[in-house]
Design a protein around this ligand. Sequence first.
Ligand code: PMM
Length: 278
Amino acid sequence: MEALTTRIPGPALMGIVNVTPDSFSDGGRFVERETAITHGLALIAQGAAIVDVGGESTRPGSDGVDEAEELRRVVDVVAGIRAASGVPISIDTMKSGVAAAAIAAGATLVNDVTAGTFDPRIVDVVRDAEVDVCIMHMQGRPRTMQDDPRYDDVVREVGEHLAARVDALVAAGIDPRRIAVDPGIGFGKTVAHNVALLAGTRALGAATGCPVLVGVSRKRFLGDLLGDPDGDRTLASVAAGLAAVERGAWALRVHDVAPHAEALAVLRPVLGSATVPA
Ligand code: PMM
């Protein structure tokens, strides 16, 4: 089995398909599903190398969704995209049951923002199905994580946490070549923490030995940096994403694939292949 970075060479784009009521206006389940499938296929056409399907909002302040509802939202969307495209599909979930059902529907990557700490059985699902996994750092849980995040040295602490989680996954029998890590931009972090983590992308790769996936797209700290909390964040997202890629990020999780694809078309030849960890 080849390494994740060989199968999906970086810098790659992971296009976001959020199947949540706050992402898609209501109008019935069928419409919601079809909209999500069409959206996923559009992201692939724009250059996404992975599509990330999620049915539970993890925005600051959000509460979880129950498993039955999450399954209703995501399984048919994964199957619908898989029926029309061979591009790898990621399932953004912290629940083992949702991960297993999404894998059965065609997902080959599990994106767990809790790194297997919310529902440890997700680690067994990933191992037994022999799929890829992205583990993310979060301080606290979405409902309260932005209340008062604190670190002495955010890059070192996030690196140590992710390295420990990688060790736990490998000890459980997951092939290390299947693991990507993510600093969890915005998940229990101040603006300064997020900026430090972006600057420290290469250090996170070194601390874990894994390819680094970064999700900055449209996040609130960009509005803070712009001094415009309600304005469009597309250009800011591209700038932050490119900063991470220049510092060795393997993949960017983005809402707006087209502008990121344009930016990478220019950055890739400038950087050559030296930015992507083996
Ligand atoms: N961010 C969100 C959801 N899932 N997964 C990973 N691996 N990394 C992230 O940064 C991440 C994620 C929240 O963002 P959204 O609500 O805009 O999708």
